[in-house]
Design a protein around this ligand. Sequence first.
Ligand SMILES: Cc1cc2nc3c(=O)[nH]c(=O)nc-3n(C[C@H](O)[C@H](O)[C@H](O)COP(=O)(O)OP(=O)(O)OC[C@H]3O[C@@H](n4cnc5c(N)ncnc54)[C@H](O)[C@@H]3O)c2cc1C
Length: 340
Amino acid sequence: MSSSTEVLVIGAGVLGLSTAAELLRRGHEVTVVDPGTVNASAVAAGMIAPAFEALADWRGSDGQLDRSDLFRAARAQWSDFATAFDLPLHREGAEWRGPDLEVVASQLRWLGFPAERTGDAVVTPADWRTEPAAALTRLRSLPGLTVMPGRVSSLTTDGTRWTARLEDGSGLAARSVVLATGAVNGLDLPEPVARLVAQLQPIRGQIAVTARHLVERTVRGPAGYIAPGPGGSVIGASMEPDRTDLQPDLERGSAMVRACLAQIGVKESPAVTWRVGVRGATRDGLPMVGAAGPVGLHLALAPRRNGWLLGPLVARTVVDGLEGRAAEPFALALDPRRLA
Ligand SMILES: Cc1cc2nc3c(=O)[nH]c(=O)nc-3n(C[C@H](O)[C@H](O)[C@H](O)COP(=O)(O)OP(=O)(O)OC[C@H]3O[C@@H](n4cnc5c(N)ncnc54)[C@H](O)[C@@H]3O)c2cc1C
């Protein structure tokens, strides 16, 4: 059976669904296709964390990478996006606990974020949080959005229309396609997109979920973070480059949990369940977002550890490109062609 749509979005993670939501809001007809298995977006902690993520990148690069402007621009999209699509948004801020409080406070301020020393913590109101499972459910069920179960095996074009062939043999035709397939897609793609996508590096992440309510807002430190989660807390997360397996590593995970709990002075580990997801990343650590070469094909890929933070900004950038609007300043930094 074959059918057609104006815009086909392949992948129902945060990038695919945010883009689909933005397309709907601007009056486009959209179909999303996804196999429906658990993805990185569902596993995530849901931090919308421009301040501590910019700090992590800056420190991790010995001061060479300042992503604070991009991350601030991304968070700035969230209020309107959450209101428009009725997504959970918690603005309680986040804090740092560790040995180097004064240094962290001054580095956050240097990156342009408000930061205050409060007792044995540095607190910033700049970092917010959503609830991934609830947000994905809301986005998937937006009125007017068609979400089809299925896995696309190939994508071809005759120069004016695209055809996505699904594994069950059916086909879907579309004027435009947004590829939002995460770290690994197994798709047969035309050049030069196939070459671009082949560059994606998978980075496995493991996170613990506990029913114990451990923190009122996200607490970060050298060992990782503890964040409020639905019905308890989440503790994470590992960064394991070039791994795509989804089996939790209990020994390594338990050590991470103990170290994170020590940051908040908790000695006994609560019962946890494990979740594992795989993030996609590019060699410069920024996503691949926008037109990809062949007319009508757009990418929304590789947000690394910031898919939730970047979701609404990526969506807006992709849809602007699809509508032929002038690119916003940050769009150039994300343009897939920089990696060709
Ligand atoms: C443990 C962990 C914690 C994290 N915490 C945070 C956080 O707090 N804040 C934050 O901003 N980010 C966080 N991240 C990162 C964030 O989760 C990712 O950057 C983001 O989810 C990636 O979204 P995506 O839409 O690109 O990919 P995904 O969520 O992987 O979605 C891609 C979708 O495409 C589908 N797909 C793939 N191939 C095909 C095909 N051929 N046909 C059809 N569909 C296909 C997949 O099944 C999947 O559903 C975390 C990640 C992990 C692993």
